[in-house]
Design a protein around this ligand. Structure first.
Ligand code: NDP
Length: 257
């Protein structure tokens, strides 16, 4: 009988924020494709729920806003499961506030998680690689990484900044087999979006469907994206055929952003 070899068998993948939403979708798909996947986050119960879906999913409590947590956590995961050949820096927060009301503390909270967290994750993950090891480094940016988002200056700046990071790294590592890309989704049906619904219902005096429709207007096709759409983009970037895709922003918003 012919042996079926899974696409990512034998690889170690890391997905930050892998206990929920976009990260969980990518982590599960990578595990289904044969990778051993370390999923990280602060809420261990969320990680455990996802890890229960496959013996190839491994929960690791790790706060991307804490340097020691990232460096120690990733080093430990690599000691157990090997060099990280697929790294998805997905953990992020989205806090909307107009510019004039954004305090330095608000600004720094967003930057620490959405930008410093990616820097630390990438650096620690790449430190596990040998000189000739191939790797796919992916960051989950946003459409707010390629255009301005009204009422979210810190979020917009942080998501633009990670695109600057992958572009710089792609130049620095051009002669290696490591690629750096960003996925830039519009509004996806996850907790980040769902958590906004009660506030929008109040603000616009509408029901849940009305609030969802208001959010979906931010996508060119006027509907919320499903998690499988971001998963597919990540799986393509991890595929062998995408080995020359480097320093790109994959925009998913139903149309031109
Ligand atoms: P979720 O809220 O479900 O996911 C965010 C994840 O990030 C959670 O698993 C959370 O885990 C983790 N996280 C946040 N802060 C930290 C931290 N300090 N340390 C470790 N983990 C952390 O929403 P999404 O899945 O939608 O978000 C994932 C990414 O996608 C984010 O970067 C977001 O900006 C981006 N994005 C989302 C869009 C959307 O419409 N949903 C659109 C564009 C981009 P825990 O709280 O347990 O630590």
């Amino acid at each position: 009988m012919e042996e079926i070899i899974m696409e990512h068998a034998g690889k170690h993948a890391l997905v930050t924020g892998g206990g929920t939403g976009i990260g969980a979708g990518i982590a599960i798909a990578l595990a289904e494709a044969g990778a051993e996947v370390t999923i990280t986050g602060r809420r261990t119960e969320k990680l455990a729920e996802v890890a229960a879906k496959s013996p190839r999913l491994h929960a690791l409590e790790m706060d991307v806003a804490n340097e020691a947590s990232v460096r120690d956590g990733i080093a430990e995961a690599a000691k157990t499961r090997g060099p990280i050949q697929i790294c998805v820096a997905n953990a992020g927060i989205a806090e909307g506030k107009p510019f004039a009301k954004t305090t330095l503390a608000d600004w720094q909270r967003t930057m620490t998680t959405n930008l410093d967290g990616v820097f630390l994750t990438f650096q620690a993950a790449m430190a596990t690689l040998g000189p000739d090891d191939p790797a796919r480094m992916i960051v989950i940016s946003s459409i707010a990484g390629v255009r301005g988002l009204k009422g979210g200056p810190a979020y917009t700046a942080s998501k633009h900044a990670v695109i600057g990071l992958i572009r710089g790294l792609s130049e620095e590592y051009m002669k290696t087999s490591i690629t750096f890309n960003a996925i830039c989704p519009g509004y996806v049906d996850t907790d980040i979006v769902r958590n906004q619904i009660p506030g929008l219902m109040k603000r616009f005096d509408t029901d849940e469907a009305g609030a969802i429709a208001a959010i979906a207007k931010g996508n060119r096709n006027q509907r919320l994206l499903e998690v499988d759409e971001t998963t597919s983009a990540a799986m393509w970037l991890c595929s062998d055929g995408a080995r020359s895709i480097n320093a790109q922003t994959v925009q998913i918003s139903g149309g031109q952003v």
